[in-house]
Write a protein that binds this ligand. Structure first.
Ligand code: AMP
Ligand code: ZN
Ligand code: FE
Ligand code: FE
Length: 287
């Protein structure tokens, strides 16, 4: 029987297969350097980083959990659903991620066209900032704005030009959270709502709707995340206790693209064991 837990667990990190700034193996090295010993790679809508990250993790004596952050939408809210240990070849889930990823490209082009009316920015600038076939998002547009000298860093871009209030924003296709939870669960994975209670525009989904997600197979909540509010965390702990759900804590590391550092929040050994025990889609990789 392998050791289920190699040490501190960070279950939410991004590589340049989506909008992180480093290749998967470098993300793993950074996590290890920050004391993380169990990690999940959770690129947006994409699983192609698993092999490289898994190899790097095992070589460093770490436990690797394959994961993904699936884009969803509830009314006007962007909702992110973390999926762990699902079958990456599941046809229904793949069809959905293909659809999201291709719509994200057209959407990013529309945002760049909008920005281009007022600033010196073209689509090629974004392509230069985007690794081959990466899941394209506003962070890549932010990097292009930085390269053009229009803003200093991603945060300044998100607080300004990329914020919906500035009028350049465009939405992209994303499934309903119920669909997202069912797709992950039906693929043998465990669905965890990412940062469910960020302040500002992204308020929490209404509790009756969360109850429906739980009935549809939701596994739990990412509670220890720097963007969750204190009051929101208390509410989530209450719902999680009432339904005996899994609770996680993670960094949402994006390389140099965000201040979040690997291991700044972690998930308990008990919760990692519950995640692994509940999943049937694929297995973790152990050192
Ligand atoms: P999108 O999905 O294309 O709308 O972009 C949202 C992504 O941008 C999320 O995955 C966030 O991690 C990232 N993001 C949001 N706010 C910021 C910020 N202030 N600085 C850097 N990245 C951000
Ligand atoms: Zn991201
Ligand atoms: Fe997210
Ligand atoms: Fe994330």
């Amino acid at each position: 029987m392998p050791h289920l837990f190699a040490g501190p667990a960070d279950l939410h990190l991004h590589s340049n297969h989506s909008d992180g700034t480093e290749p998967p193996a470098e993300v793993v090295r950074q996590a290890h350097a920050h004391g993380v010993r169990t990690l999940a790679l959770t690129d947006h809508d994409r699983t192609t980083g698993w092999a490289e990250a898994g190899d790097a993790a095992v070589a460093l004596g770490m436990t690797f959990l394959p994961g993904m952050e699936l884009s969803a939408k509830h009314e006007w809210r962007s909702v992110h659903v973390l999926g762990y240990l699902f079958d990456p070849d599941d046809a229904a889930l793949r069809a959905e991620t293909d659809r999201i990823r291709s719509d994200r490209i057209g959407r990013a082009e529309r945002i760049v066209r909008n920005i281009g009316r007022d600033y010196d920015l073209v689509w090629d600038d974004v392509l230069e900032q985007t690794a081959s076939d990466a899941t394209v998002g506003r962070p890549h547009i932010a990097d292009a704005l930085v390269a053009r000298g229009i803003v200093r860093d991603r945060s300044e871009a998100f607080d300004g030009i990329l914020h919906p209030r500035e009028g350049y924003y465009e939405p992209h296709y994303a499934p309903d959270p119920l669909t997202a939870v069912r797709l992950i669960t039906d693929a043998g994975g465990v669905a965890i709502i990412a940062h469910p209670v960020t302040s500002g525009r992204d308020r929490m989904m209404p509790e009756p709707f969360i109850e429906r997600l739980i009935a549809a197979g939701l596994g739990g909540f990412e509670i220890d995340h720097r963007e969750n509010t204190l009051q929101g965390k208390r509410i989530l702990h209450g719902i999680a206790a009432a339904h005996d759900l899994i609770v996680t804590g993670s960094s949402d590391y994006h390389g140099s693209g965000k201040p979040n550092l690997p291991g700044e929040n972690t998930t308990s050994e008990e919760m990692v064991a519950r995640l692994i025990g509940r999943a049937t889609g694929t297995t973790p990789r152990f050192p």
